[in-house]
Design a protein around this ligand. Structure first.
Ligand SMILES: *Cc1c(COP(=O)(O)O)cnc(C)c1O
Length: 427
């Protein structure tokens, strides 16, 4: 299957006149259509709610669009909680799914009334000493071992730092009940970026059966079950995208099989999707600024790994389109690189692409989640802007690019840096 950008060459030529590359561009139309599809797929469940994983794309404009459409926020840090709160998203619209949680993050989460999802049995005491046990509380479950669908191993929860063991989960619920908690939830995140319609249904079955056992053994009736994130996207053109309707239907079937007969047909299903919500609806736009012919053929871009870390960090594949050459033959083999002094700063290695000229615009696909947000400042490189392509075709700057002033801002303890002449570098 061919992967096409959500923006045309003609549109992009206009956009880059206004916003210099590199920048991340987001597709409001695609985002909205995808949210509607998710909600339709789970409309059979009365209490269904998506808590968008803020860490995937922590931009207030994007989160506002999602919130308008009924999504809450899944946060795991102080600043993510602050961002939600600043947008008026608080109370039970916020899920706080953290781990190794600093005290002040629990205090702030409690202050804004967020639903707290505990990562460990020892956090019960930790939380109680800080703010007491809230009436509604959730626990993160880790069944250990490997997470398997049919014969294929999807991930390795037994190696993951997250969650309560099964024994701890049962013990934890008994303790929480004794300490006065009234409403309970369970959560698990057992495999990441799954490109199969089976992940959620298989995970749901595990959680639903656990909820029934919890009721039988502890008398605790779970009110919500949080399937968390992990529904993936097809980064590669040959991957079959997930069908969210098949996923919703698969979860409904196990709900009917496991929860309904146990008298638990009123349990709400929550999700904390990040990648699935935004991944395909963002791209990194960069310009080819150099070509280099040594032992290999290189194209040097004005973006680098600080703008998109996944290829350097995980060797992740991100599809690349050379704008205006969508249908040209891919008869040149390139490494597409950034300018970091790190040899892993390559968006693609040995990638077959059309012949690239200096000045060509490259669209790096699927950067809408875990793209900008994983950025950093290595080599003193600056983070890019974020631009929203709205439904009417107009654009809006939703985050400006960093400037040297931002980079040096944390040195305000060193008077000498106050006198930096920023205008001198304004070229
Ligand atoms: C990262 C994360 C998510 C979102 O994961 P995706 O793979 O982007 O769907 C959800 N919940 C928690 C607790 C996470 O850490």
């Amino acid at each position: 299957m061919q992967k096409r950008p959500f923006v045309t060459k003609q549109q992009l030529d206009e956009i880059v006149k206004k916003y210099p590359t590199p920048f991340h561009l987001y597709d409001e139309k695609g985002i909205r259509a995808n949210v509607r599809a998710l909600q339709k797929a789970f409309s059979w469940n009365k209490g269904f709610k998506e808590y968008f994983a803020v860490k995937a794309t922590p931009n207030p404009y994007i989160i506002k669009i999602l919130h308008e459409m009924g999504c809450g926020c899944d946060c795991s840090s102080l600043t993510e909680l602050m961002l939600s709160d600043a947008l008026g998203i608080r109370g039970e619209e916020v899920m706080f799914s953290s781990n190794a949680t600093p005290a002040k993050e629990y205090v702030f989460a409690n202050r804004i009334g967020a639903l707290i999802n505990l990562d460990d049995i020892t956090h019960i005491d930790f939380l109680e000493k800080l703010v007491g046990i809230p009436e509604t509380i959730s626990c993160r479950y880790n069944p250990g071992g490997v997470f398997q669908i049919s014969n294929s191993i999807m991930d390795n929860p037994g190696d993951a730092k997250y969650g309560f063991t099964k024994e701890q989960l049962f013990e934890g619920f008994r303790i929480l009940k004794e300490k006065g908690a009234k409403r309970f939830g369970i959560h698990a995140f057992l495999a990441s970026n799954t490109v199969t319609n089976e992940y959620y249904p298989v995970l749901a079955k595990t959680l639903f059966e656990t909820a029934v056992e919890l009721k039988e053994q502890t008398g605790v009736q779970v009110s919500f079950i949080n399937l968390s994130g992990g529904v993936g996207i097809p980064y590669r053109p040959d991957q079959e995208p997930n069908d969210i309707y098949a996923i919703g239907e698969g979860v409904r079937k196990v709900y009917e099989e496991v929860l309904v007969p146990a008298g638990m047909g009123d349990v709400a299903i929550y999700t904390e999707l990040g990648r699935f919500m935004l991944g395909p609806y963002g791209c990194l736009v960069t310009t080819a600024i150099h070509e280099k012919h040594t032992y290999k053929e290189y194209i040097g871009c004005d973006a680098c790994a600080v703008n998109l870390m996944r290829p350097a960090m995980y060797g992740a594949y991100h599809h690349i389109t050379v704008m205006g050459k969508e249908d040209a033959p891919c008869d040149h083999k390139y490494d597409i690189t950034g300018s970091l002094c790190e040899n892993n700063d390559k968006f693609a290695i040995d990638r077959m692409l059309p012949k690239i000229e200096i000045g060509d615009l490259l669209v790096i696909h699927d950067t809408g989640a875990h793209g900008y947000s994983m950025g950093y400042n290595y080599n003193g490189k600056l983070r890019s802007a974020e631009v929203l392509l709205k439904e009417d075709g107009s654009t809006q700057l939703i985050r400006r690019a960093e400037t040297p002033r931002d980079y040096f801002a944390t040195f305000d303890c060193f008077p000498i840096l106050k006198d930096l002449d920023y205008e001198r570098v304004d070229i």
